[in-house]
Design a protein around this ligand. Structure first.
Ligand code: ADP
Ligand code: ADP
Length: 230
């Protein structure tokens, strides 16, 4: 059994009597610790796939298992860290306080937040060591997105779901951010599912690239021939 396993998953959205097919009988398995990119044109179903894995959207039919459990159970057990297109930071809290949010939200889960040093180390890895005690609102968009990524890696969640996290950034910043993400992922070795329409990013970052078809809701190809690490 794979860590993340989708079997014959379909999804349609219905609006004013109109149905849009977003996913069509998807079979997919993702192994633990892999960095997997999902790439394809706009509207092909990438976000839907990611949201179904994370239990934010329910499939119409088919099965989704996260380490043998339903996505909703996995969500309750804090298996997922989400990194959306634009970061959800509280502007009037400091960067460090924003890093601690995943632990505040789920206070009943008797989990201790990491020590300050651990979170600062993560912030240093994304080049924001000096901004630990700055208010989030003082940071540029790119810097806030870096906080979002650092926060996900510090959250304790073993699976990170990233939906075009760099889409709002200019190309040079994007490139820098990709290398930062690669660096941090290599240190933390979490399972990442990364949605993008940028082929460069997918190639740079991924163990495996899943290509979705312009005919929406279908997987066209998977690239991922595993070779020993040099
Ligand atoms: P992608 O992430 O590849 O752009 P999405 O999964 O967002 O693709 O969308 C797949 C299809 O489903 C698109 O045709 C989109 O318009 C449609 N869709 C997505 N979300 C909704 C929604 N909440 N309501 C209606 N249609 C939706
Ligand atoms: P990013 O590349 O993260 O989007 P910008 O291009 O807006 O950031 O800014 C370039 C650099 O300027 C940042 O990497 C950072 O070092 C510095 N900078 C941006 N905003 C601030 C700020 N509010 N206070 C201090 N330095 C800043």
């Amino acid at each position: 059994m794979s860590y993340i396993e989708l079997t014959q998953v379909s999804k349609q959205y219905r609006r004013r009597g109109q149905a849009t097919e977003a996913l069509h009988l998807i079979d997919l398995n993702i192994e633990k610790g892999k960095f997997v990119s999902i790439i394809g044109p706009s509207g092909c179903g990438k976000s839907s796939l990611l949201r179904i894995i994370g239990g934010l959207v329910k499939q119409d039919c088919g099965e989704v298992l996260i380490n043998g459990r339903s996505p909703l159970e996995a969500q309750k057990q804090k298996q997922f860290g989400f990194v959306p297109q634009s970061p959800a930071l509280f502007p009037w809290r400091t960067v460090l306080q924003n890093m601690q949010l995943p632990f505040e939200v789920n206070r009943q889960a008797a989990e201790q937040p990491p020590q300050r040093e651990e979170l600062v180390k993560l912030l240093e890895m994304v080049g924001l060591g000096e901004f630990t005690d700055a208010y989030a609102k003082e940071l540029s968009g790119g810097m806030q997105q870096r906080v979002g990524i650092a926060r996900a890696f510090g959250s304790g969640a073993p699976i990170l779901l990233m939906d075009e996290p760099f889409s709002a950034l200019d190309e040079i910043t994007r490139e820098k951010m990709s290398y930062l993400l690669l660096n941090i992922w290599e240190s933390y070795q979490k399972t990442v599912v990364f949605v993008t329409h940028n082929i460069r990013e997918a190639v740079l970052l991924s163990d495996e690239v899943i290509i979705m078809s312009p005919r929406p809701g279908r997987i066209k190809a998977r690239i991922g021939i595993e070779l020993p690490r040099p």
